[in-house]
Ligand binder design. Structure first.
Ligand SMILES: O=C(O)CCC(=O)C(=O)O
Length: 196
């Protein structure tokens, strides 16, 4: 039976946290499978006069034609794998909707990170639903309000968890995974999305 979620008390947002959606053994199995079977890539972003490697590996999977535009580049999706489809169906039952794409991030160690941003690209439409699943090392996930600088929220994302962000969360809040001060192992995050 699915435990009721923790509802994060955040104004202008709707964020639900399911700490144990996947069991420990399922999470270990998915972590190992995704580590080996996903086509991980080292992407670079262009700054004036230089290219900088992202501090994590990434991959884009989804339905045919659901391309992802990032830093001036278009990425066509890889086809769904068996594990990705299994994970997708589990979270679709919770979110009561269907997703057509997923961005995967592999944080290899404590120095990997993603900096402040919102998942608000135009192709995600108004008030996108983002379903974020984590396997592997626990990492800190931080939120900050775009207009009220004192409004912040931090949560530990544990292995096997689902963080569901919907409503106006992306419109009013940014999020990040900071580098960790403590050494830690690898973590895989999957953010399921609907590309319009
Ligand atoms: O790794 C995470 O939990 C967050 C990933 C993220 O923010 C993103 O892919 O847009």
């Amino acid at each position: 039976m699915i435990q009721p979620p923790e509802i994060l008390a955040m104004p202008d947002a709707e964020v639900l946290y399911y700490p144990n959606l996947f069991s420990t053994s399922e999470s270990v199995d998915f972590f190992q499978d995704l580590t080996l079977s996903i086509a991980w890539e080292q992407r670079e972003i262009r700054f004036p006069g230089k290219l900088v490697s992202l501090p994590r590996l990434t991959a884009w999977y989804g339905d045919p034609g659901k391309a992802y535009r990032y830093s001036g580049m278009t990425h066509e999706p890889h086809a769904w794998t068996h594990s990705l489809t299994t994970i997708k169906e589990r979270i679709e039952a919770i979110a009561e909707m269907q997703f057509n794409s997923v961005l995967l991030n592999l944080y290899r160690h404590e120095q990997d990170s993603v900096s402040w941003h919102s998942d608000d690209e135009p192709e995600l439409g108004e008030n996108p639903v983002i379903a974020s699943v984590s396997f592997g090392a626990t990492r800190l996930f931080q939120f900050k309000h775009k207009h009220e600088s004192k409004l912040r929220r931090t949560i530990d994302l544990t292995s096997g968890s689902l963080l569901l962000m919907r409503g106006t969360t992306q419109k009013y809040w940014k999020h990040q995974i900071p580098k960790s001060k403590e050494p830690c192992g690898a973590r895989i995050n999957l953010t399921f999305r609907v590309i319009q």
